[in-house]
Design a protein around this ligand. Structure first.
Ligand code: C2E
Ligand code: MG
Ligand code: MG
Ligand code: MG
Length: 294
């Protein structure tokens, strides 16, 4: 009896694995063809200053609307693209589309145009020796001033070869483009790496923000980080802020900026443009207690 149950489980497991492998292969093939079609788009999520309440930047986040499966998360398809060189084509598309969009906003949105666009780089893109040249040619083609572009890299991108990574970062910054470390604190948070790398911003991972208002370990950690990066000239952006209590705690700790559902979700371009034209800043979304007392 037990044996039969065991075998049945085995069959179900194999079936599920088969489905997963099949979906993966299918997505890999179809993603290749989706690049350059309207199945792919960028959504934009505002980053807002905790000091002035103003929107200082927007992050471009890739979306895939699959004809059969519907919307597929980048958390699923980016790793698939990473396994082949497809990520390079995909990354190039994101970079040029995002930069073009930001350049267009300067013409169409006037004073509410975002002055910075944040674009995520995958590890393979970061390791590509052509990257600095590609960035500079995208800036030239789109006319976007270099200081309007910030690139986000995760720790996995420079874990392997610290010297090489630092060199790549320097050549990117020589273009006038700024750099952020994304998901900081989610992995083997390399505090030691901070003064080896010429970075402008640390984006503090959501996992560190989640319990911040309970004044436990996370708050102490973040306080230490705030003090430390101040001396290095690095700014902090808190990711995944979902409540007023978190916002308040971050403000008290001296964190410069935040990004999260509490202020705004990632939006398609039309919605973002409407949001930028009508938004009253952070002040308007803070209920009751004043986040900006003076
Ligand atoms: P990320 O770069 O850390 O982007 C932030 C993610 O957190 C986004 O997920 C965003 O929708 C989500 N988020 C923002 N605020 C909140 C919040 O308050 N609560 C919660 N629970 N989540 C929040 P998304 O768009 O699903 O993207 C996931 C990841 O996929 C990104 O994480 C990034 O690593 C990767 N990704 C997205 N677009 C690109 C791209 O164009 N290129 C590359 N290489 N990676 C990308
Ligand atoms: Mg990011
Ligand atoms: Mg992140
Ligand atoms: Mg992430």
């Amino acid at each position: 009896e037990a044996k039969r149950a065991g075998r049945a489980q085995h069959v179900i497991f194999d079936d599920k694995m088969h489905t997963q492998v099949h979906r993966r292969m299918q997505l890999e093939n179809e993603l290749r063809d989706a690049i350059g079609t309207d199945q792919l788009s960028l959504h934009y999520q505002p980053i807002v200053s905790l000091v002035t309440g103003e929107i200082t930047a927007v992050e471009a986040l890739l979306r895939w609307q699959h004809p059969k499966f519907g919307s597929i998360s980048p958390a699923e398809f980016i790793p698939i693209a990473q396994e082949s060189d497809m990520i390079l084509r995909l990354g190039e598309w994101v970079l040029s589309t995002g930069c073009q969009q930001c350049a267009d906003w300067q013409k169409t949105l006037g004073s509410v145009a975002p002055r910075q666009i944040n674009i995520n780089l995958a590890r393979k893109q970061f390791e590509d020796p052509n990257l600095p040249n590609d960035i500079s040619s995208v800036l030239r083609k789109t006319g976007l001033p270099a200081e309007f572009l910030q690139l986000e890299v995760t720790e996995e991108s420079f874990a392997l070869n610290v010297n090489e990574a630092a060199r790549t970062m320097r050549s990117i910054r020589e273009l006038g483009v700024t750099l952020a470390i994304d998901d900081f604190g989610s992995g083997t948070a390399s505090f030691a790496a901070l003064n080896q790398f010429p970075v402008d911003v640390l984006k503090v991972d959501r996992s560190l923000i989640d319990n911040i208002e309970d004044s436990t370990g996370e708050a102490a950690l973040l306080h230490g980080l705030v003090v430390m990066v101040r001396n290095l000239g690095i700014k902090l952006v808190a990711e995944g802020v979902e409540t007023f209590e978190q916002l308040k705690a971050l403000q008290e700790l001296g964190c410069e900026s935040m990004q999260g559902y509490y202020f705004a979700r990632p939006m398609p371009v039309e919605n973002l443009e409407h949001f930028l034209k009508t938004n009253m800043g952070l002040q308007a979304c803070t209920t009751g207690a004043m986040a900006f007392a003076n």
